[in-house]
Structures are given as C-alpha cells and as structure tokens.
Design a protein around this ligand. Structure first.
Ligand code: GUN
Length: 288
C-alpha cells in the first residue's frame, strides 16, 4: 500500500491565502488584525517557533507586537504584561509561547489572558467551551490535525482513534475534536500497559508524545491514518516525528510527514484564529 501523504505545507498555504484575504478585508475597513507574541527566555525551539509565527503573520497582513522578556521574568511581571495586552485596543490576539521558564506559574498566566483574545484556545474557559462543543477558539495544533485528517476521504465517524500523549496543548483537545467528529477515542500515555496493541487496534493515530520514533511502523494497522505531531531533533540535526515514518507509511492509508505535516498547520490555524478574533472585535463576525 502506498500511503497518501497529508501535505501540511500545501494545506497551510491554502489556509494562509484565505487568512490573507480576510485580513485585507479588515484593513480595507480600517483596522489591521494584530497579534501580540510573548516569548519568555531563550529556549531555542521556542525562539524558532515565535520567529516563524511573526514572519508568517506579517506576510498575511497581520500586525505583530513582539514582547521578548528575559528568563528571569517573574509571574507577576508576566501577568502585568498580559493585563496590559488585554486592555490594549490595538491587540486582537495574545500568544504566550509555551513552555514558560520553570518558576513562572503557567496556569496563572493562561488564566489571565482575556478569553476573547486567547487565540491559542488555552484559557480554561475556552478549553471548557471546547469540551461542551461550543468552542470560541479551537487550539491551533489540534485544529491543524483535524484539517489534515479531512484531506483523507474516509469519514472519521465510527472510527477507532488513538491519541498518544495527554498534554493540554494537543492530546486532550484533539481527543475532544475527534469525539465531536464521532470517533471512538482512546487516550494512551506513559502508563498505558500495551501501547503496540492499542496502536494495532486504531484506525486513526494521533502521535503527540515528543519522543523520536516512539511508535513503530510495524504496530500500525494496515489502512490506518497517521497524524504525527512530534517534531524531534536527532543528534545529527535532522528532524523526525514520534512515528517511525518509513515503516508506518508502508502500512498506513495516509500519513503526515515531519517536517511539513502538522507544524505548518499550527501557524496557519493560529493566524486564522487571530483574524477571527479581529473580525469578532469589529462586530463583523458573531462570536461568544
Ligand atoms: N508551544 C508549543 N506549541 C504551542 C502552541 O501552539 N502555542 C503556544 N503558545 N505555545 C506552544
């Protein structure tokens, strides 16, 4: 079987083109969507992600406010910045890049973000809304996974979906989205007893553990659809996902590459959420 490659580069390009059109419609009406990007510390991966988010935003016509704070920033200092951005009438969306340095209270920071500007969808109120099926902003990486799954012609309803990894950023919200799409969802994690058996039983696999080649190709059920959220750098500098690609691609019906799969989708969905926030604030879109 030759797996369909779920091309995140092409899919994100199409979404970014739509975002650009919606952003220019805002600009024609006299307001420019604006994303505030907050980076605390010098984590190399976070710096790369933040740089690509701001660069992409600018290319779409979205303005950015870049706030880079030292690793020694306290929770109180970060909360003060978040409060300032909440009341800044220029700012439509606020993104605080995670992970924050140890010692900063991440939950307190996420809770402080105005839910109407929470374009990541990480505020407890927005996560709660997602659980009840009335999302305000769908978190970006989970949304990207669902958009990639939609490229495969098979319906999701009734399928067995396995989510490997239970983070608040990816695992838990993507499980909710799959459930809303009527999949039968299993969540696997570090204490799962027989991961190979769980993988072998799954029609859809979402891998979000952050460990290179954690899921072996030989475990994958023939005809499964594999979405690999992992982006892991190997000692030789190459990037690899959480799934052993060649082995999985030989058995799967469809699979995302790493890089060029979920990664570009996360940024495109973030900018889509930002324009949505701007349109809602301007009263062009009904929002809750
Ligand atoms: N760190 C890893 N992924 C993300 C994301 O989607 N948003 C934010 N804010 N931080 C992240």
């Amino acid at each position: 079987m030759t797996a369909q490659i779920l091309d995140g580069k092409a899919c994100s390009k199409a979404l970014l083109a739509e975002v650009k059109i919606r952003a220019s419609a805002c600009i024609e009406r006299g307001f420019t969507p604006c994303l505030a990007v907050v980076l605390v510390g010098e984590d190399p991966a976070s710096r790369v992600y933040v740089r690509s988010k701001t660069r992409r935003a600018k290319r779409c016509g979205i303005a950015t406010q870049d706030h880079h704070l030292p690793a020694t920033t306290t929770t109180e200092e970060l909360l003060a910045l978040v409060h300032q951005l909440n009341t800044d009438t220029e700012v439509d969306g606020i993104l605080v890049q995670l992970p924050l340095p140890a010692g900063v209270d991440t939950d307190a920071v996420l809770l402080a973000i105005d839910p109407q500007k929470d374009v990541d969808g990480f505020h407890p109120q927005n996560l709660g809304r997602l659980v009840i099926g009335r999302p305000r902003f769908v978190p970006c990486t989970p949304q990207g996974c669902m958009r990639l799954l939609a490229l495969h012609p098979e319906p999701i309803a009734g399928k067995r979906a396995l989510v490997v990894g239970r983070s608040t950023i990816v695992g838990k919200p993507v499980a909710q989205l799959l459930l809303q799409a009527n999949a039968t969802v299993t969540m696997a994690h570090s204490r799962t007893r027989d991961l190979p058996a769980e993988v072998a039983n799954a029609d859809i696999i979402i891998a979000a553990v952050g460990r290179p080649n954690f899921i072996l190709g030989e475990w994958v059920k023939p005809g499964a659809v594999v979405i690999d959220v992992g982006i892991n750098r190997l000692p030789d500098g190459t990037l690899t996902g959480d799934v052993e690609f060649a082995g999985a691609a030989a058995k799967a019906a469809a699979i995302t590459p790493v890089p060029g799969g979920v990664g570009p989708m996360t940024i495109a969905c973030l900018l889509d959420n930002c324009v949505l926030a701007a349109r809602r604030r301007a009263g062009l879109e009904v929002g809750e």
